[in-house]
Design a binder for this molecule. Structure first.
Ligand SMILES: *[C@@H]1O[C@H](CO)[C@@H](O)[C@H](O)[C@H]1NC(C)=O
Ligand SMILES: *[C@@H]1O[C@H](CO)[C@@H](O)[C@H](O)[C@H]1NC(C)=O
Ligand SMILES: *[C@@H]1O[C@H](CO)[C@@H](O)[C@H](O)[C@H]1NC(C)=O
Length: 388
């Protein structure tokens, strides 16, 4: 991990350069006809997380923290204190090698603009303070526009009026209005941290931003992949809740490029479940082959399916998808050769009073295996499952 971090610092200018190259000429981007997105080759190098010799690689998923929810009430800030406690408990029990923030890190619907990045900071600090690297994907609440009417703010508290930035592809017809902090800005701020492995993904895919891949490398050789971790932005907030066909195409090209013979197992993370989750969802109690402890609500799926599930369902190397979003569901169920898994509601923010916890994903190298379980705030462990 040490070498990995110091390499990253040296690579920083290179990463920016390669991202510029990925985008191609600025003119190409600026003048492309609306709706005719052309995917340029994504040459961004995958950053590596190297396994320690003789130990599995453990990932903790923090889902639906909802920091900053109801910030103007008495109880809103107390929820955040509670969510921080949950993260501290889980991290102390599990001492993971990596953390994934699985979306809805914040409830941005009513956060004053200047506070958004502060809440993000609060959410990542238990991980950062322990020197654990992490990555994040966006949920449907992270860059949601304000829902509060203007008159609810006292005059000094009125957030500044923001106009869409001409450099992003937020729909150009949008007028300057009362907005929250956008995905790109949130991510830029997170990436300033040395421990963040998040990437503002290929610009052609914006406004979906958290699209990138990371490599988990063998303890013997940093160049040799043990698994690829894919992160996709399932939308919501500033645009519809969907993984677009362009994102699916990006995944297909990326996987072809870095894993051409499907030899290396792939693990996938996004926030809002696909419609396929409805097909495998337990009818009442959770019975084999599904494994989990709560099945308390209906799957709230993306608005449509444009191809990512077909691609993943056909790949022998794709092992499991992990999502958040439904706070009352925590199961894993098989779907073809894939596992479709929910994380566990980690935050005290957001709906639902089911006890809080976090899903753990553990990768072993020789031989390869993928196991998962749920660690609760009170230390209990349940729902262990072998996924590969
Ligand atoms: C904070 O957590 C405690 C212990 O679980 C709970 O009793 C309390 O209601 C929580 N407060 C809020 C505002 O979520
Ligand atoms: C949010 O912003 C308001 C106004 O600037 C400020 O009074 C408040 O303390 C901020 N909250 C946090 C958590 O920083
Ligand atoms: C990142 O690491 C460098 C070198 O250790 C340090 O100088 C810098 O302050 C760190 N930045 C942050 C945001 O922690």
């Amino acid at each position: 991990m040490e070498t990995c971090k110091s390499h990253f610092l040296m690579l920083l200018p290179l990463l920016f350069l390669s991202q510029l190259l990925t985008v191609g000429s600025v003119d190409h981007y600026r003048y492309r006809a609306p709706g005719s997105i052309r995917l340029l080759p994504d040459t961004t190098p995958e950053r590596h997380l190297q396994m320690a010799a003789g130990a599995p690689f453990k990932i903790t998923l923090f889902a639906d923290l909802h920091f900053g929810e109801a910030e103007a009430t008495d109880w809103g800030p107390l929820q955040d204190v509670n969510s921080t406690r949950v993260m501290n408990q889980v991290l102390d029990h599990e001492t993971p090698n990596f953390v994934v923030y699985l979306g809805d890190v914040m409830t941005a619907n009513n956060i004053m603009i200047e506070n958004a990045t502060l809440y993000w900071e609060q959410a990542i600090s238990p991980t950062r303070n322990r020197g654990i690297p992490w990555a994040s994907v966006f949920g449907n609440h992270d860059d949601a526009p304000f829902e509060w009417p203007l008159e609810w703010f006292s005059s000094p508290g009125i957030p500044p009026v923001r106009c869409p930035q001409p450099t992003t592809s937020y729909s150009a017809e949008e007028e300057c209005s009362f907005k929250g902090t956008g995905r790109v800005e949130l991510m830029k701020n997170e990436i300033k941290n040395n421990g963040s492995f998040s990437v503002n993904g290929p610009r052609e895919l914006w406004p979906s931003v958290s699209n990138y891949a990371l490599q988990v490398s063998s303890s013997d050789d940093d160049k040799s992949p043990v698994a690829f971790l894919y992160f996709l932005d399932s939308g919501g907030g500033s645009y519809p809740e969907v993984i677009s066909s362009d994102q699916a195409e990006w995944f297909r090209k990326k996987a072809e490029d870095i894993n051409p013979d499907s030899r290396v197992p792939e693990i996938i993370f996004w926030h809002i479940p696909s419609e396929a989750y409805k097909q495998v969802s337990p009818k009442s109690t959770i019975a084999k082959p599904c494994v989990g402890s709560i099945n308390k609500e209906k799957v709230a799926a993306q608005v449509t399916e444009t191809g990512i599930m077909k691609l993943l369902g056909e790949r022998t190397s794709a092992k499991a998808i992990f999502v958040g979003h439904n706070h009352g569901l925590d199961w894993c169920c098989p779907y073809n050769k894939l596992w479709l898994c929910y994380a566990r509601h980690t935050g005290y923010g957001g709906y639902g009073d089911w006890p809080r916890g976090a899903r753990i994903v553990e990768i072993s190298e020789k031989p390869f295996s993928l196991r998962s379980w749920i660690r609760m705030e009170d230390g209990n462990v349940h729902s262990e499952v072998v996924l590969s």
